[in-house]
Write a protein that binds this ligand. Structure first.
Ligand code: ADP
Ligand code: MN
Ligand code: MN
Ligand code: MN
Length: 347
């Protein structure tokens, strides 16, 4: 028997942006446990804005687990928060995502490192040299002494955990970085994104650095904001597609604009201004290879007969990938596919 350190992770009840919470329990298993072997657990919801003090018990239900290479026999256990009767807690947005193994998401997480209340590498007062050399840059004056070390360690922690990390790059602003996570199945990429965020924040503790996810931390200046572009596709989009279906899909995205913006992260009007490769938040648009559109249509999509994936550029860095995935699939589900339209006609 081996004693495993199980770090149960969940999202709290803070709005508009939930925080990650985690606590450890030790359990003995013969070998690395399967998900089914991980027990339900509980926590005091009155401390996380998830329950009143009188009846404060919330239930943690393991939904995916990951090896934690920073701890001997460590496992990260991503959980959904449930009510004592077994129904999903209202803060549990993962439970609102349609089950669809054929849905694939790729999230591009941008963020700033913050130290002493300002972006890592900013002088005590004023600003560093203007944006230009930082994006994908190299050298001490561009990235400083420590950011790359953190980013590289984070990459390895994600790979050790089995997270499908796809890449990293230094971003446009000084102290700003990006990583991408891709997953097949409607909930996988979102689960992995939350665990990757957890690993990044925990890693930064030891450096005295915080991760700033706000979409426009430097306000109305010439410094870039942070997004979390959501690339998405379904089985139908990849294998059937077609121009008519695509146009119907874009119509549905246009109609549901408010519902999307509501879950694409707070303060997004400060970022989606219509300038700097963004679309204005209150007007839906799409365009081929257009980085100033709400949805960018890759060249490959058009060249393949309107088949493949699309990039929604509006979600921001603070957005909850569960709510983003949930809303995108909800809008897609409103558009009849040819098959189901024919089926409906036959019925
Ligand atoms: P860019 O910065 O040019 O927008 P990135 O390489 O940073 O591009 O991000 C592209 C994202 O699109 C990646 O996360 C990738 O996994 C994702 N992606 C690629 N193909 C698909 C697909 N078929 N369905 C969903 N996402 C996809
Ligand atoms: Mn990118
Ligand atoms: Mn980027
Ligand atoms: Mn992108």
């Amino acid at each position: 028997m081996t004693k495993y350190k199980l770090e149960y992770l969940w999202l709290d009840g803070y709005t508009p942006v939930p925080n990650l919470r985690g606590k450890t329990q030790l359990k003995e298993f013969d070998a690395y446990p399967t998900l089914d072997q991980l027990p339900l657990w509980g926590f005091d919801g009155s401390s996380t804005k998830q329950a009143p003090g009188g009846s404060s018990d919330c239930v943690l239900k393991p939904v995916r687990h990951f090896p934690d290479s920073t701890r001997k026999n460590g496992i990260l256990v991503m959980c959904e928060v449930m009510m004592p009767d077994g129904s999903p807690h209202e803060s549990n947005k993962r439970a609102t995502i349609l089950d669809d193994e054929g849905a694939w998401f790729g999230f591009e997480q941008e963020y700033f490192f913050y130290e002493n209340g300002r972006p890592l590498g900013f002088p005590e007062s004023g600003y560093p040299a203007p944006q230009g050399p930082y994006y994908t840059g190299v050298g001490y004056s561009n990235v400083g002494p420590v950011a790359r070390e953190i980013v590289e360690k984070h990459l390895d922690l994600c790979l050790d955990a089995g997270i499908n990390h796809e890449g990293i790059n230094a971003e446009v602003a000084k102290g700003q970085w990006e990583f991408q996570i891709f997953g097949k199945g409607s909930k996988r990429a979102a689960d992995e994104m939350w665990v990757a965020r957890y690993l990044l924040q925990r890693l930064c503790e030891g450096y005295g650095i915080d991760v700033e996810y706000h979409c426009k931390p430097l306000g109305d200046t010439d410094w870039n904001g942070s997004g979390m572009h959501a690339n998405f596709s379904t089985e139908h989009m990849r294998t059937v597609g077609g121009k008519d279906y695509f146009e119907a899909l874009m119509k549905a995205f246009d109609k549901n604009l408010q519902d999307h913006i509501a879950v694409y992260g707070p303060d997004n009007d400060k970022r989606l201004t219509g300038k700097h490769e963004t679309a204005p938040w209150n007007k839906f648009s799409y365009g081929v290879a257009d980085r100033g559109a709400s949805i960018r249509v890759p060249h490959s999509f058009v060249n393949n007969g309107y088949k493949g994936y699309l990039e929604d550029r509006r979600p921001n860095s603070q957005g909850d990938p569960y709510q983003i995935a949930s809303q995108i699939l909800k809008t897609i589900s409103e558009v009849p596919t040819e098959g189901s339209a024919m089926k409906q006609a036959a019925e």
